[in-house]
Design a protein. Structure first.
Length: 271
């Protein structure tokens, strides 16, 4: 029986009951990071580790894309975040399909997924104030997705590190972990820098070049426009400051060819 309170009524929520609740919570978190993969966990991992982030990027209301009558919050970080997230999604799907392998393989995936988990948690913390404010508009739920995604990557990274293999070498594990970290950090960074250079060069031709060069640059920019939110503002600024009607129309048509959007809508967002 539970203890009695000050008026003599049995207290059913006594120490034993609290210990049972604590044990249940501990068992819950133990199951989340246990080596055995359950079907609900697999569904959760695919939903919030792969599908959820993609939906957040597609329906991004304000973080990397302009929306809700205002500019994006962090457009300059768009390429690196997209490429890093894409790399992590591919690695997660590959791990869920292939499962454990050699010790080098497991260490590489473990380190790579751990990096993804820490990155997602950091993004979630940065967006937390905006997500809390966005709840009033019904859009803040997207801002909490990185926390769930981070849980998915940390769980699978932990399982990769603890996966059994025939080999047993600290050196092999260290080399694998280093390779995994370098892959997810260096490859997206180099690709983002290359894309940024290509986008910047195309924007320069649109803003300063003649009609022929500007049109060609807009055509080259079209496949990369999803990564070019910050640089596209230069075209909008040039359009606003341009006094020549013909040049203004050229900038408008190039912006449409590159993005499929009306530049006048961007101008109204800046007002």
């Amino acid at each position: 029986m539970g203890e009695k309170d000050s008026v003599g009524v049995p207290n059913i929520a006594g120490p034993h009951h609290e210990r049972e609740l604590g044990d249940q919570r501990n068992r819950f978190w133990f199951r989340q990071f246990a080596p055995e993969v359950t079907r609900p966990q697999l569904v959760f991992d695919v939903t919030f580790g792969a599908i959820g982030p993609i939906l957040c990027f597609v329906f991004d209301p304000i973080v990397f894309h302009s929306g809700f009558g205002g500019p994006a919050l962090f457009p300059a970080y768009q390429p690196i975040v997209y490429l890093f997230s894409g790399c992590e999604i591919v690695l997660l799907c590959f791990w869920l399909i292939m499962g454990p392998g050699s010790e080098l393989w497991n260490a590489m995936f473990g380190a790579a997924l751990f990096c993804g988990g820490l990155f997602c948690l950091a993004v979630g913390c940065i967006l937390l104030p905006f997500s809390a404010m966005g709840l009033m508009l019904g859009i803040g739920l997207f801002g909490f997705t990185p926390f769930l995604t981070g849980l998915v990557y940390l769980r699978n990274g932990s399982r990769a590190f603890r996966a059994q293999s025939f080999e047993s070498s600290i050196f092999t594990r260290l080399v694998g972990a280093l390779c995994g970290c370098l892959f997810v950090l260096v490859v997206p960074t180099l690709l983002a820098l290359e894309i940024r250079m290509m986008v910047s060069s195309s924007i320069d031709e649109i803003v300063r070049g003649d009609s022929e060069h500007a049109s060609r640059a807009a055509h080259r920019l079209a496949p990369l426009s999803f990564f070019a939110e910050a640089d596209l503002d230069r075209v909008v600024q040039a359009y606003i400051a341009e006094p020549d009607p013909k040049r203004k129309q050229l900038l408008k048509s190039c912006f449409w060819e590159a993005t499929g959007e009306n530049i006048e809508e961007r101008v109204r967002m800046r007002d």
